[in-house]
Design a protein around this ligand. Sequence first.
Ligand SMILES: Nc1ncnc2c1ncn2[C@@H]1O[C@H](COP(=O)(O)OP(=O)(O)OP(=O)(O)O)[C@@H](O)[C@H]1O
Length: 254
Amino acid sequence: MPAIEIRGLCTRFGDVVIHQDIDLDVEAGQMLGLVGGSGSGKTTLLREIVGLLRPSAGTLKLFGRTLFDGDHEQGRALRRRFGMLFQQGALFSAFSVFDNIAFPLRELRSLDEAMIRDLVLLKLAMVELEPRHGCLMPAELSGGMIKRVALARALSLEPELLVLDEPTAGLDPDRSENFIKLLKLLQHELGFTVVMVTHDLDTLLGLATRLAVLADQKIVACGTAAEVLAVDHPFVQNFFASKRAAAAIREEVA
Ligand SMILES: Nc1ncnc2c1ncn2[C@@H]1O[C@H](COP(=O)(O)OP(=O)(O)OP(=O)(O)O)[C@@H](O)[C@H]1O
């Protein structure tokens, strides 16, 4: 069973059609990179995947189940199986690092504070932060640290699926590279499935095992980087046109 199964998905805002008849499967353990032009509906698709927005038509299943069948208990259980890292609103600014990471754990209402403390310290270590960082407020953190804390929070319930919107946006190249390495390591160790939107070629080629391209309201290409590069579509050809992209893909294939 795929981690995500999308069939005939359509999205409309009023008269404006964003997605038309989209089919997409993401297998468990895959890291799918979703690319497309500005306004092509990438973030909208991510929001639909995590249940923040209901598609206008079609079906979208996570682990074989839909978030919108009216069964609240099942919906809650399903939501615990994925974590999100969205560009905006990464952290609660009024909460310390510790309390940000503890938030999803406290929401479960089934763990005592000693257990929550242990789990938060474990998550901090997983993202290569120290216990003392737990006392800091988001305003005191560097951009790279904010991403790590947000990742620790997204991983707090040990999700099977991680949804990332521009995970390296706003990071300088060194921090971006470190964050990519960290994500790759964690995915290797924990085996979660990833769906991410990124404009950044290094992030895409550094992380994604499979790519999907959104254009003309559809998925116009889906597969390995080499398979996508072979698709004769103007967006695909432009996006991967640089010599660097082509070289990186050739390297991957070799
Ligand atoms: N809630 C909404 N109501 C109306 N229009 C919306 C809504 N959400 C998104 N849109 C429109 O849908 C289109 C797709 O938006 P979306 O943010 O998904 O694009 P994107 O591919 O992620 O773009 P970018 O790469 O620039 O972030 C845009 O034209 C946007 O204005």
